[in-house]
Design a protein around this ligand. Structure first.
Ligand code: BTN
Length: 264
């Protein structure tokens, strides 16, 4: 693939850019490098991942030419780490589908950090991309590894994915992994700097605009099952759930949308 390596490196002079035909997982590779003493920002793109990782211990399915898989890692010292994944999601979505050209977004964010394509107010929604953020100790610092997986064109195994499958080419058939990388990487690098300075507050409005769960009945998955009405997120990016016993703040995990009750 014709990656825009030189152009992108010029646009991001402080980031060491590497594009490899195959690695096990770009997140794993960068996490290891920072644990072994790397201190400078790095962006690693893989055309193929042999062991791509998703959230909650799941795998991540991608294919050369049909997906964009990369990680950005750097040392970061924010006052508060909470809300980083929401900020990253909002910046990615705004880069792919700018607010100026798309006042009504089709690209939505499902808390905490999934990108979904909404085919109407009540769905069906299909997953277009995911974000896996990990932090590691890097000498005396803490480094974050921000892993991004985006579906660019349909995957052969799309029908087997229980999240459904959407791809960036549904928004614009002209997208390719290389053009998409050039679009999303610079704002992502800038967003990490801004997050370090200003925290989630700087991204709260951008997240709210694409918040797919707001106003919907949802149920937490994985740990204790809590049902409630999603009421957006608080200043730390925690999901606000209106439940029978009051307003709850959920800081991690996953939620599913409950079908609306039929009203006679
Ligand atoms: C999710 O939705 O579960 C998160 C998916 C994150 C996938 C990306 S692809 C690049 C980076 N390397 C990985 O192994 N995972 C992330």
């Amino acid at each position: 693939m014709a990656w825009p390596t030189e152009r992108l490196q010029r646009a991001l002079p402080d980031v060491r850019l590497q594009i490899l035909p195959e690695v096990e997982s770009t997140n794993t590779r960068l996490a290891e490098q920072f644990q072994q003493g790397e201190t400078l920002p790095r962006l690693l793109v893989a055309e193929r991942q042999s062991a791509g990782r998703g959230r909650q211990g799941r795998g991540w399915v991608s294919a050369p030419g049909a997906s964009l898989t990369f990680s950005l890692a750097r040392c970061l010292r924010p006052r508060d780490w909470s809300g980083l994944s929401l900020a990253v999601g909002a910046v990615l979505a705004d880069a792919i589908e700018p607010q100026t050209s798309h006042p009504t977004p089709r690209l939505g964010l499902k808390w905490p950090n999934d990108l979904w394509l909404a085919d109407g107010a009540d769905g069906p929604w299909r997953k277009l991309g995911g974000i896996l953020i990990e932090t590691v100790t890097a000498g005396a610092e803490r480094a974050c590894v921000v892993g991004i997986g985006l579906n660019v064109q349909p995957l052969a195994c799309a029908a087997d994915l229980d999240t459904g499958h959407a791809c960036v080419q549904e928004l614009d058939p002209g997208w390719r992994p290389d053009t998409l990388l050039e679009r999303v990487a610079p704002p992502l690098v800038a967003a990490l700097e801004q997050f370090e300075r200003d925290g989630f507050g700087a991204f709260a409005q951008a997240f709210a605009r694409r918040d797919l769960l707001r106003g919907r009945p949802v149920v937490t998955r994985g740990g204790t099952t809590i049902e409630g009405l999603a009421e957006g997120v608080d200043a730390q990016g925690r999901l606000l759930l209106r439940t029978a016993s009051g307003l709850l703040r959920v800081s991690s995990g996953e939620v599913g949308v409950r079908p609306r009750q039929a009203v006679d």
